[in-house]
Write a protein that binds this ligand. Structure first.
Ligand code: ADP
Ligand code: MG
Length: 247
């Protein structure tokens, strides 16, 4: 089998006496959605910060695209295609949907923020903006300010911006948070085909969505992966049911 796109080995991080990551090993392979679930405080966001490089593990290794990136900072990782999708919640409220997506297209091209105005006259960039907006169902909302769109639309704008940056992996921290059943269904449909563009590490509390999307699920409790397997395996695992699914 090919080497995983992203792999963590025995990653540990302690805050005082608290083991937020306790020997975590995890693989993300091409074409898959790997869901990371676990109760609040389990250490999911801490793990994501270590993948992004904004938090350094005390021990263990993180490999990405065939290289050891454990000692690289966030921007060096982002340049390699890791980490850009972490910034997805950085929608600028005073910008329109169009300007926000354009910013993401420009960020990928490595151009400075100040070039945004010129980019607005760049037909190729504008064409891309339209395509990303269409993919997330925001084509009719391009001229609306981000502060005036609905919560679900904002989450979809974040996905459009993540797509525009063309990362080699998507790492999404609770993309369904705060959404109703309809929003969750729309987001589920949107994320489903993305795994073929880049594999997705999906941290999510909505079990309906996780069971619908995941190729694999890992369960984190008190900083430790207590189980990892297919949807069926995780749903039927007695320890997982006890620790997390509320049996
Ligand atoms: P999750 O995302 O699974 O809800 P977190 O990764 O946010 O969990 O937090 C895991 C544990 O680590 C929690 O007990 C949290 O309070 C603690 N924690 C997270 N970040 C810090 C920090 N910078 N300093 C101290 N404790 C932290
Ligand atoms: Mg969290």
């Amino acid at each position: 089998m090919d080497e995983p796109v992203l792999s963590l080995r025995e990653v540990s991080k302690t805050f005082g006496v608290l083991k937020a990551s306790d020997g975590v090993s995890l693989d993300l392979r091409a074409g898959e959605i790997h869901a990371l679930i676990g109760p609040n405080g389990a250490g999911k966001s801490t793990l994501i910060a270590q993948i992004a490089g904004s938090l350094r593990p005390d021990s263990g290794t993180i490999r990405f695209a065939g290289q050891d990136v454990t000692r690289l900072g966030p921007s060096a990782r982002a340049r390699r295609g890791l980490g850009r999708s972490f910034q997805i919640s950085q929608v600028i409220a005073g910008f329109t949907v169009r300007q926000n997506i354009l910013l993401a297209v420009q960020a990928r091209a490595g151009r400075a923020y100040a070039m945004l105005r010129r980019a607005a006259r760049d037909n190729d960039a504008m064409q891309q903006v339209t395509e990303y907006a269409q993919r997330v169902g925001l084509a009719e909302r391009l001229d609306v300010e981000a502060s005036d769109i609905a919560h679900g639309e904002r989450r979809r704008l974040e996905i459009a911006m993540a797509l525009a940056m063309r990362p080699k992996v998507f790492v999404l921290d609770e993309p369904m948070a705060g959404m109703g059943a309809e929003g969750v269904a729309v987001m589920t449909q949107l994320l489903d085909p993305l795994r073929h563009e880049a594999p997705i590490l999906l941290v999510e509390h909505d079990m309906q969505a996780v069971f619908a999307l995941a190729d694999r699920i890992s369960v984190l409790v008190y900083g430790r992966i207590i189980a990892s397997g297919s949807v069926a395996e995780i749903r039927n695992d007695p320890e997982v049911r006890r620790a997390y699914l509320g049996d």
